[in-house]
Design a protein around this ligand. Structure first.
Ligand SMILES: [Zn+2]
Length: 574
């Protein structure tokens, strides 16, 4: 899914659509002129019913509304009530999930739909689109706004309208269910347009069962989370954790827990162990499979069912269930590794059987990766890359994948190691005098990819020393940089904005560091510092920081990590 258009309802193309549709509906006799009286809030520019007012006042503005009687145009929505009800009954997936379909049906059963007031006199509302049949009036909100969906597809005779409208799916939040489920289809029907195919209604992300709000200060920032945990992993969590249609509760603990369980332990571990076995036993090449035995056939059955379920559920917005179905396969593959014990086959010298087991694993891993593409495109491409293949995501035929076999060709080159989803941790930076990178102004809670807490419990400072593989250490790019300029961060007392020369062609880097409490800016200019150079850039209080300066916290302050003599800017620390 991507956005290939952006529309404002003030655009000329939209005005044309609205006027053409209004004229059609008017000519058909479904728009009429009548006197309407109601409680009007000028702040909201809308009428309120008695029921909607709180102690007789506007719920948003807290002021008593004004009783207004005026003549307006109305859309004869009531005329289409029975048709709409029948359409919903005949098409069980028209509104989904089911709870919202039932909600709409009960709205329709509650009584006769009121006709929709669709105009405001120009004397009172200066903006809006003029009615084609009465220049003294403009259209008001829903009748105008909903039509932007067909405007964007170049209704009535655009190619996009012909291609997309018959299969159109709306994706809306539950608070705008009524206009999309009742106003919109009846408007389409009255205008002689086919109705959309599906209305998909989602719930809200809550924080500790409360709505997010700026005043409560509990707003979760998706961009920050995707930077900290990775965009693909964050996407996976959002689709896996929320039952589409229901509200879901967000917490960073739940996020880390889910990513560690599903991605690091199940999927990442599968890739890691199978690829390292391929490297060890087959020199990093796809082995040649022999005949499949009963255990292999059982796995094939599980795999086909899992993929068929995924393919049936995903397009119906049942993302969470679809991923659950796919993970039955992922866990089944890990279990197959344990039961078939390739290491034992290698020890026995049974290369033929070993080749079959490993091939079966690799081929199902490929299929899992293909199915993950809609959820985690980047990770799916990386998995394909490790399997020595290129993934054409948009060209995938997932329907055919469940039954297909043999996508991997024996002899093909594989990655010899895999670390797709390192284990994550929610927690603060280590305390004490250990050298650590210092971008102060960071949230106290910061997750860092770290060695597994459960597998290697020694890896937190409280629990004693921790070991990492040399290869992991090598991933850190520590470089010496010369500070060319330093100044206070315009919006943060503890931060300095540094310009650091790392000997790079693109010029010096901007680094934001929490040093202002301990160093005057001018005291840093000309000094050499050690920089973590390959951290993903991040914004700190509005300024992009392209690295971290290493420092040591002392009892009374802070000292910088330095080299014992001058070195060329950009020299690597090893
Ligand atoms: Zn109001």
């Amino acid at each position: 899914m991507e956005n290939d258009d952006f529309i404002r309802t003030t655009e000329e193309r939209h005005k044309r659509t609205v006027q053409a549709v209004l004229q059609k509906v008017y000519d058909a006799g479904d728009i009429y002129f009548a006197t309407y009286g109601g409680h009007y809030c000028f702040g909201c520019e809308r009428f309120y019913t008695d029921k909607e007012l709180v102690d007789g006042k506007c719920p948003d503005h807290g002021v008593a509304p004004t009783w207004i009687e005026e003549q307006n145009y109305f859309f004869r929505m009531s005329k289409y009530q029975d048709w709409l009800k029948q359409h919903i009954l005949d098409n069980p997936e028209f509104i989904r999930p089911e709870r919202y379909r039932s909600e709409v049906l009960s709205m329709l059963d509650m009584g006769v739909l009121e006709d929709l007031c669709i105009s405001r006199p120009k004397s009172r509302l200066t903006w809006g689109i003029e009615l084609p049949f009465d220049a003294n009036y403009v259209t008001y909100v829903w009748f105008d706004a909903l039509l932007n969906y067909v405007t964007a597809l170049d209704w009535p005779d655009g190619e996009k309208f012909a291609k997309f409208w018959p299969v159109a799916q709306h994706l809306v939040a539950k608070d705008i269910l009524k206009p999309h489920a009742i106003f919109w289809p009846t408007m389409l029907k009255a205008a002689g347009l086919p109705v959309y195919a599906h209305l998909n209604v989602h719930g809200y992300w809550l924080v500790k069962d409360t709505k997010m709000s700026k005043s409560l200060g509990n707003v979760v920032e998706p961009v920050r989370l995707s930077e900290v945990y990775g965009l693909d992993a964050f996407r996976y969590f959002l689709l896996r954790e929320m039952r589409f249609g229901s509200d879901a509760s967000f917490s960073e603990d739940a996020l880390v827990g889910r990513l560690n369980a599903d991605l690091a332990n199940d999927l990442g571990n599968l890739f890691s162990r199978v690829l390292s076995m391929c490297a060890k036993y087959f020199g990093g090449a796809v082995p040649t499979p022999g005949d499949l035995v009963e255990e292999d056939q059982a796995l094939m059955g599980l795999g086909r069912t899992s993929l068929e379920n995924f393919t049936a559920l995903f397009p119906r917005c049942r993302f969470s269930m679809a991923l659950e179905a796919l993970w039955e396969l992922v866990r089944g593959l890990n279990k197959y590794v344990d039961e078939q014990a390739p290491w034992a086959l290698a020890k026995q010298g049974d290369t033929a059987r070993l080749g079959t087991v490993v091939y079966v694993l690799l081929e199902w891993m490929r299929k899992v990766a293909a199915h993950l593409w809609p959820v985690m495109p980047g990770a799916a491409e990386a998995m394909y890359g490790q399997l020595g293949l290129a993934l054409d995501g948009p060209g995938l035929d997932l329907g055919a994948e469940a039954a297909a076999w043999g996508g991997l060709k024996p002899g093909g080159a594989l990655a010899t190691a895999s670390n797709l989803f390192p284990r994550l941790e929610v927690g603060g930076a280590p305390q004490g005098t250990k050298a650590d990178a210092v971008p102060a102004g960071k949230p106290a809670k910061e997750a860092k990819p770290k060695a597994g807490k459960e597998e290697k419990p020694a890896c937190t400072p409280a629990e004693g020393p921790c070991t990492v593989e040399f290869a992991d250490f090598q991933k850190l790019e520590l470089r010496v940089g010369s500070v060319l300029a330093a100044e206070k961060h315009p919006d943060a007392d503890k931060l300095l904005k540094l310009s650091v020369d790392l000997g790079e062609e693109g010029g010096p880097r901007q680094i934001v560091a929490g040093l202002a409490e301990f160093f005057a800016p001018e005291a840093l200019v000309g000094r050499q510092v050690v920089v973590v150079a390959n951290l993903a850039p991040r914004k700190i209080r509005g300024l992009v920081s392209q690295g971290m300066v290493m420092a040591v916290r002392t009892e009374g302050g802070m000292e910088l990590v330095a080299v014992s003599g001058p070195v060329a800017p950009g020299s690597r620390v090893s």
